[in-house]
Write a protein that binds this ligand. Structure first.
Ligand code: G1P
Length: 299
């Protein structure tokens, strides 16, 4: 069996309320970790996984993501005449030439499931990926998380959802899965529920924002009524999909940062700064200095 996953959907219509007031003007996907916006990390991961069609589900007020991937003629011209070749390459290569970007509007903020459904006319009848750019996954020297999942689906078919263990008090922030049993990194999902209270959660295995889904998910999304938080939940459609087709939980290799939260965003910034060739020594020294000064001022 060889299944090819060519299309990746990026739901980017959210308001980013957790990062207000910054997100009053700047789309949350454009917030940078060191020098690159969150959306760039997500796009790089999709391209590395082999996707060549990137579908952004946005809303009619949010143009930043489309602008970011558009050609910047004036800027490119200025960099070119100034002989700034390295910067020019950076600006030109936000997406490689063989990759196309498509923008779809989500007319109303009805939830993640609804956002994915808005991409149906572009995805059509083939398996596809969903990436939530808030979840930044760092796998320093290995294949990206989506690439690992795509490889699994290419060989075995079905759908795959990234999971990782969270502490019991955090189940209310995630989709939570119950898995039959794991064979290495993969286990068939028996049930999935959106944001259960700890006492109702079937496990502490949480869904992370990477999915490879069969196209049948769209039929289920069409029939999904508002669930947790009054929103049309992708999780609820997956709960139906797994009744007639295998859906596997995938424990990816890599570290995931929840960049939708302040702490996760700061953690990602620290990690990427410490791992940056030009910055690492001075970033480490700056962190030490900050810790020392805070400790001294506490006395
Ligand atoms: C969404 C999904 C949830 C998943 C999470 C991962 O929730 O609905 O199942 O666990 O992403 O980040 P959100 O973070 O949009 O509330």
């Amino acid at each position: 069996m060889t299944v090819r996953v060519r299309k990746a959907v990026f739901p980017v219509a959210g308001l980013g309320t957790r990062f207000l007031p910054a997100t009053k003007v700047v789309a949350k996907e454009m917030l940078p970790i060191v020098d690159r916006p969150l959306i760039q990390y997500a796009v790089d991961e999709a391209v590395e996984a082999g996707c060549d069609t990137l579908i952004f589900v946005t809303n009619r007020y949010k143009h930043a993501v489309a602008d970011y991937f558009d050609k910047a003629y004036e800027l490119e011209h200025k960099l070119e005449t100034a002989g700034k070749g390295e910067l020019l390459e950076l600006v030109r290569n936000v997406v490689p030439a063989h990759v196309r970007t498509i923008f779809v509007t989500q007319p109303e903020a009805l939830g993640l499931g609804h956002a994915v459904l808005c991409a149906q006319p572009v995805v059509g009848d083939e398996p596809f990926a969903v990436i939530l750019p808030d979840d930044l996954i760092w796998n320093r020297n290995g294949r990206g998380a989506l690439g690992q999942m795509v490889d699994h689906v290419a060989a075995h078919g079905g759908s795959a959802i990234a999971v990782e263990n969270v502490s019991a008090d955090k189940t209310g922030s995630y989709g939570i899965v119950d898995v039959e049993q794991f064979d290495h990194q993969v286990g068939r999902i028996r049930s999935i529920v959106e944001k259960p209270r700890p006492e109702e959660a079937p496990s502490t295995l949480a869904v992370v924002g990477r999915y490879v889904l069969e196209a049948q998910i769209f039929e289920h999304l069409h029939n999904t009524r508002p669930g947790a938080g009054g929103e049309i939940q992708l999780t609820d459609a997956i709960a139906r999909l797994l009744q007639d087709s295998p859906v596997n939980a995938y424990k990816f290799s890599g570290t995931r940062f929840d960049c939708g939260s302040h702490l996760g965003f700061v953690e990602a910034t620290i990690r990427f700064a410490l791992d940056n060739e030009k910055l690492s020594d001075s970033a480490a020294a700056a962190m030490q200095k900050a810790l020392d000064e805070l400790a001294a001022s506490a006395h």
